[in-house]
Ligand binder design. Sequence first.
Ligand code: COA
Length: 160
Amino acid sequence: MSAPVKIRDARLIDLDHIVHLWSELMGHHRRLEPRLYATVEHAPASFRAFIRRKMDDHEAFVLIAEDDTGIIGYLLGSVGQRAPVFDVRTVGMIFDLMVSPAVRSQGVGRRLVGAASQKFSKRGIRDLQVNYDPRNEEAAGFWAAMGFQTLLHEAYRQLP
Ligand SMILES: CC(C)(COP(=O)(O)OP(=O)(O)OC[C@H]1O[C@@H](n2cnc3c(N)ncnc32)[C@H](O)[C@@H]1OP(=O)(O)O)[C@@H](O)C(=O)NCCC(=O)NCCS
């Protein structure tokens, strides 16, 4: 890796960079599934407000990866609750993970997931969950490498 990568909690000053990465993430998903990932015009502003709230949410965290060029990745994680019928009620949800294309396959995603796992672990959470599109081959390879096993399929159908 060219420069040391630092993983830290996101700050307000990072918001624009996170929104930029999120826009790239949406573009990536749209290429896989144009209809369900089509976004409205004000989506970046909405997402900015959403991620701003997450920074203040005690149940959530936003991590960023940065090197000497700036912010090169982010991860949004949150504590999730399952139905009260289950022994395992609380899970660690990873919602967004994005690494800049220029620095992929250099361990940045692994570091972000490692830092998120530590945060969940400190809260006593042992079960992590992530949703990804099965056609997203890099995500499938990545999450398998991170030790995630596919347990559920989420199915969609468009009515005429
Ligand atoms: C998926 C993503 C986050 C991986 O980040 P990364 O920093 O490139 O991943 P790492 O370098 O930490 O890779 C860790 C391991 O994941 C696996 N992996 C990474 N990229 C992969 C790919 N394109 N295909 C298959 N496996 C891959 C490898 O086993 C790798 O270990 P190795 O380098 O020892 O072989 C990145 O490709 C990305 O941002 N993609 C676009 C957005 C996205 O799909 N996000 C996930 C959806 S929730």
